[in-house]
Design a protein around this ligand. Structure first.
Ligand SMILES: *Cc1c(COP(=O)(O)O)cnc(C)c1O
Length: 229
């Protein structure tokens, strides 16, 4: 039998704390985001009962059903998939974080559609760090302009950057991409965008390199819930 969700979580948490020590990171400065896309609510409850509070979803309709079904658990929901402009209202109304904003139009709509009675929506800008072919993500050249514009908007907080670098196996190569994202974040902070602290980077096969370079959220699906269908 394959390990259970509590065992998987325990393993990932153990590795996170080992890597925090190894790379002189502050203890508990790396948050584990459990990517639950395609997995049923029963598995999310198992993870929650093992202490997991942050969950990431890519598909809006599926996510809304889960958010509604799991209201009483007081989970923190992160939208990590591509954002279409006709979906922004439901995202703004139902999520706490959006990791995948790469256009001003999307940021504006999220800002306008976030209820003023709710805390501001945390957004991260997705950066196309290794010029991956998938067109998602703002280029490093355009990041500054986009970040400055987002920083002016009400009802959202520009809380950091996110990247999905092209998969490579070599540790030093993995580190290079994450290093570039970290430098981009540091430049924004130095320009006065002081809330831009988070780095959402690192998945199952590269999260050690991401933690070495300052990741504050790592996003793990398969390593917690098993393979998706
Ligand atoms: C699916 C997904 C993950 C998790 O991937 P796994 O391979 O299941 O660990 C992380 N980040 C993003 C943006 C994803 O879409």
């Amino acid at each position: 039998m394959s390990p259970s969700i509590p065992e998987n979580l325990e393993n990932v948490r153990h590795l996170i704390s080992q890597f925090e020590k190894k790379y002189a990171r502050t203890p508990d400065s790396v948050q584990l985001l459990a990517v639950s896309k395609t997995h049923p609510t029963g598995l999310i409850i198992e993870a929650c009962q093992a202490g997991q509070k942050h969950f990431g979803e890519n598909y809006l309709q599926e996510a809304l059903e889960k958010i509604d079904a799991l209201k009483t658990y007081q989970l923190t929901w992160h939208f990590i998939g591509p954002v279409q402009s006709n979906k922004t209202r439901l995202i703004a109304e139902n999520f706490h974080w959006v990791h995948s904003v790469d256009r001003l139009k999307i940021a504006r709509r999220l800002s306008e559609q976030r209820a003023k009675t709710l805390p501001p929506l945390n957004i991260l800008l997705q950066v196309n760090i290794s010029h991956e072919d998938s067109k998602a993500g703002v280029s490093l050249d355009e990041l500054n302009t986009l970040a400055s514009a987002c920083n002016e908007l009400d009802n959202i907080v520009l809380a950091g950057l996110m990247a999905i670098p092209s998969p490579v196996n070599e540790f030093e190569q993995q580190r290079e991409s994450f290093h570039a994202l970290r430098e981009a974040r540091d430049r924004l902070i130095n320009q006065g965008i002081t809330d831009c602290q988070h780095l959402s980077m690192g998945m199952s096969n590269d999260f050690e390199a991401a933690i070495a370079e300052g990741a504050t959220f790592i996003r793990i699906g398969t390593g917690i819930f098993g393979a998706r269908e």
